[in-house]
Design a protein around this ligand. Structure first.
Ligand code: ATP
Length: 217
């Protein structure tokens, strides 16, 4: 379970997020929408443990990770979170299979099994025949699909996606959105999708609006 309460974040004295609260049950998938600049990416970065709140609690499965030291936070991110962010962070010197298998290696799961899992995720995002390709051989949308495969391969507890279909054509966007929804619901994970796309938001369980006053249905 994810319990976010009274989260606040200021930049240079300016309050960007104030008193944000949200509860997610296992298997639940929500979309966060809102006007440009309202703080959606800021909120997602806080939930991802990539930035620290000035105030508030972020509790995942009973542990308040807003208070963890850097090492413990890195471990929590590696083991429990999956990210699909706008910057892909695909490593150029690894093949697609190796890029997707990376979260498994970091958890100490190597060998053929990790490669098979990576291949099955590449298949699911429509890149099954590209496992041996290198990142520089890919289009922007293909890179985005690799990033999605990598975010899901280690079956994270919490999946965070920031405009995951931004670079994709309608057919691949639909494929990726379906995969995200299925993975979250089937594995009892939790998912948060930040999007401007009504189509993408429609596939989630509930849509929350972020406004300067807070987060509401
Ligand atoms: N590191 C930072 N330092 C200072 N201000 C920041 C920082 N990060 C974000 N902001 C400010 O916080 C506000 C919210 O930004 P954020 O990127 O979270 O908005 P958003 O809702 O995701 O926007 P968009 O839909 O355009 O991507 C903006 O006014 C932005 O300028």
């Amino acid at each position: 379970m994810l319990e976010i309460s009274n989260l606040c974040r200021r930049f240079d004295g300016r309050l960007v997020l104030q008193s944000i609260s949200l509860c997610l049950e296992p298997g639940e998938y929500v979309a966060i929408v809102g006007e440009s600049g309202v703080g959606k990416s800021t909120l997602l970065n806080l939930i991802a443990g990539l930035d620290r709140p000035d105030r508030g609690r972020l509790v995942l499965d009973g542990e308040d990770y807003a208070r963890l030291d850097e090492d413990a936070l890195t471990r929590l991110r590696r083991d429990k979170l999956g990210f699909v962010f706008q910057a892909f962070h695909i490593l150029p010197h690894l093949t697609l299979r190796q890029n997707v298998a990376l979260p498994l290696w970091l958890k100490g799961q190597g060998g053929r099994r990790a490669e098979r899992q990576a291949d099955s995720l590449l298949e699911a995002v429509g890149l099954g025949d590209r496992a041996e390709s290198w990142p520089h051989e890919l289009s922007g949308g293909e890179m985005q699909r690799v990033a999605i495969a990598r975010a899901l391969v280690h079956r994270p507890r919490l999946i965070l996606a920031d405009e995951p279909t931004g670079n994709l054509d309608p057919a691949n966007a639909a494929r990726v959105l379906k995969l995200l929804g299925e993975r979250i619901r089937d594995s009892g994970a939790m998912g948060i999708l930040v999007t401007h796309s009504p189509e993408a938001a429609k596939g989630t369980d509930r849509v929350l609006q972020l406004t300067p006053e807070g987060l509401h249905a």
